[in-house]
Design a protein around this ligand. Structure first.
Ligand code: ADP
Length: 610
């Protein structure tokens, strides 16, 4: 006697045992596969069936979840649309169907995993709270109807399968909830070094905890207006995402992530093929489910966080709430880190500023004071040495020491000026004075330092300006000093102070080009201005150096003059002083023939009207 026959002869005993087994599996909270397996085994035996299987409903589809008697490898892909085939109809109507001979029934659809043809079929809807969640099917090779008893048994097993599914879903939800809680909790214990560090670690933590294929965080770049990836996790998909342009997205775009950003709303898509805004970019990357939330800081959307998987139907209805919570925390943390980064930046700037001030203080006190003292003492010694019996050697040495001290003081002053210019604290103390008179005094002062040069001032009329007298004296001193310095064989140095049309000097670069001139600043639009020209017949400047002599620390290479050293700052400082007065500096020169340096200043009348 076969088992089947025994089962049929002693139904009470067999049924009791089978149901006990199924119940034991269910109450033991076994994995869903195991519970469904026990239910299908019971169905096979109770109905003496050839096949038994369970379809689960996912949206408008039925997907095969577990089976007995079907070829496993073929059956895994089996799916039917709602209303398609006997199973689809049962799911759609929510009522069981018993078919005595499927070959006579046009509604029947064969499955790809069938080992041999079936003839009779019993399909029962699996319901939870009135909603069909799947279909339980038993099929035989023989034609024939199913008894009322068999139909009841399968209905009971269908109920059990529905409970098993419910258990599984609850368990799964529970697991997700606890993982979500872990992620939220973990966020507070992250101690990130920077925004990027935080976002990358966050992406990794969320990706792991949510078991998704990819997690990304994009923040908008205020400069180019793109959403730029700042954290991206998920092994296989990440490279493809970068290649696919998911790490830099234009905000005006029409894809899902842009909509989340612009509409400021979390969006859940469980099948990217059904979502036009997701279709192109996301499906190409193999993304089938995506959940994205906007990141908002102080009421302003600053980015998007998204989770993506390669499976359709990955997200549940409560997942957007979770991601919204994460996005809120990300927003808060980003703001906190931004403030911290700004504070560090400011502290760095302050430290920089303090270092500059320290430098200025050290140079002006610790360095300048002793040099000035040396200079004063040499003067005293020189005066004493010249009295009575002058010791020629001592006088000569003393005058050399004084020269060096004067040079050093000039260089220290230039360094201090540079500090002031770069720190934006070169202050001007304006007064009204005659530029021609000032030029005369500077020439007089420098004439006593040289016997080989003849310094001449050509200034037929007073030229009144309102400017910082001391600073303009510094400029004149630089230019006339250079004319002397770079005319090592002596010769005339002519300083001309005159008036000119502002137009003519406003574009010195363009105007001077044909004459071989080079300009440095263009700033004023007054009608007439003062112009000072310092001309020498010295070594001149090679064309290739002419455009650079106004740069800081620039010294023309290969200049044959190797006498007194400089820092290459005089012209840079002069240019800054003049341009702060609203004037221009420019030059003309020819190597070997001499140079002409010019600067212009607004006249007192125009300066008055300012
Ligand atoms: P420095 O301290 O070297 O003189 P400047 O800024 O005053 O620095 O000048 C920059 C460079 O321009 C000089 O090193 C020199 O090569 C060149 N230069 C300046 N004035 C003249 C001039 N009158 N004749 C020739 N070369 C000059």
């Amino acid at each position: 006697m076969t088992d089947e026959a025994a089962g049929l002869l002693q139904p009470g005993y067999v049924i009791e045992n089978l149901f006990d087994e199924v119940l034991a599996t269910l109450s033991g909270m076994a994995a869903l596969d195991q519970s469904l397996g026990a239910i299908l085994d019971a169905a096979m035996r109770l109905l003496a069936a050839r096949e038994a299987y369970v379809f689960l409903r996912v949206g408008d589809q039925l997907r095969l979840r577990a089976s007995r008697g079907l070829y496993q490898s073929l059956a895994v892909t089996a799916s039917l649309a709602l209303g398609e085939g006997i199973e689809g109809l049962v799911a759609e109507r929510g009522e069981g169907m018993a078919i005595a001979d499927v070959t006579n029934d046009p509604r029947f659809r064969d499955l790809p995993g069938r080992a041999s043809a079936v003839r009779s079929m019993l399909a029962i809807p699996m319901k939870l709270r009135g909603e069909v969640v799947g279909v339980l099917v038993a099929a035989k090779r023989e034609v024939g109807s199913f008894s009322i008893g068999q139909q009841r048994w399968l209905a009971v097993l269908g109920q059990m399968a529905a409970v098993a599914i419910e258990n599984d879903r609850l368990l799964d939800r529970e697991r997700r909830r606890s993982r979500q809680a872990e992620v939220l909790l973990g966020l507070t214990s992250l101690e990130p070094a920077s925004i990027d560090d935080f976002l990358q670690r966050l992406a990794e933590a969320v990706n792991d905890a949510m078991s998704v294929n990819m997690t990304g965080v994009l923040l908008v770049d205020p400069i180019d207006g793109l959403l730029v990836s700042r954290g991206l996790a998920g092994r296989a998909m990440v490279d493809a995402a970068r290649r696919g342009g998911l790490d830099r997205i234009a905000i005006e775009g029409d894809d899902l992530i842009c909509h989340v950003f612009n509409d400021r709303q979390s969006t859940l898509c469980n099948e990217t093929y059904d979502e036009p805004r997701a279709r192109r970019q996301l499906t190409e990357l193999g993304i089938r489910s995506i959940l994205a939330s906007p990141i908002v800081v102080d009421g302003q959307t600053v980015g998007v966080i998204y989770l993506a998987t390669a499976r359709p139907g990955s997200f549940e209805s409560d997942d957007p709430t979770f991601l919204t919570l994460i996005a809120e925390r990300v927003g808060l943390q980003v703001r906190k880190l931004e403030l911290a980064e700004r504070r560090t930046d400011m502290e760095r700037q302050h430290a920089h500023q303090r270092a500059r001030e320290d430098f200025t203080a050290i140079v002006s006190h610790e360095l300048k004071t002793p040099v000035a003292v040396i200079r004063a003492y040499t003067e005293v010694l020189q005066r004493r040495a010249e009295k009575g019996e002058p010791d020629r050697v001592a006088v000569d040495i003393l005058s050399r020491i004084e020269d060096q001290a004067v040079g050093m003081l000039a260089m220290i002053d230039q360094l201090l000026d540079l500090q002031r210019i770069e720190g934006g604290v070169l202050l001007l103390e304006r007064s009204r004075f005659d530029l021609a008179d000032l030029a005369g005094r500077v020439a007089e002062g420098l004439q006593v330092t040289t016997s080989r040069h003849t310094l001449t001032v050509v200034a037929p009329h007073p030229v009144m300006v309102i400017a910082d007298r001391q600073r303009i004296e510094e400029v004149l001193h630089n230019l006339v000093g250079n004319a002397v310095k770079y005319s090592p064989h002596g010769g005339p140095v002519t300083i001309t102070v005159s008036l000119a049309e502002t137009e003519d000097v406003a574009m010195p670069l363009a105007a001077g080009k044909s004459a071989g001139g080079v300009g440095a600043e263009v700033a004023s639009e007054q009608s007439r201005c003062a112009v000072v020209e310092v001309a020498d017949r010295g070594i001149g400047i090679a064309t290739r150096d002419q455009s650079r002599v106004f740069e800081r620390f620039y010294q023309a290479v290969g200049a044959p003059y190797k006498g007194r050293v400089g820092l290459g700052l005089g012209l840079y400082i002069s240019k800054e002083i003049i341009s702060r007065h609203g004037g221009h500096v420019w030059m003309q020169s020819q190597a070997g023939a001499g140079s002409r340096f010019y600067f212009s200043l607004p006249l007192a009348e125009s300066a008055d009207s300012d």
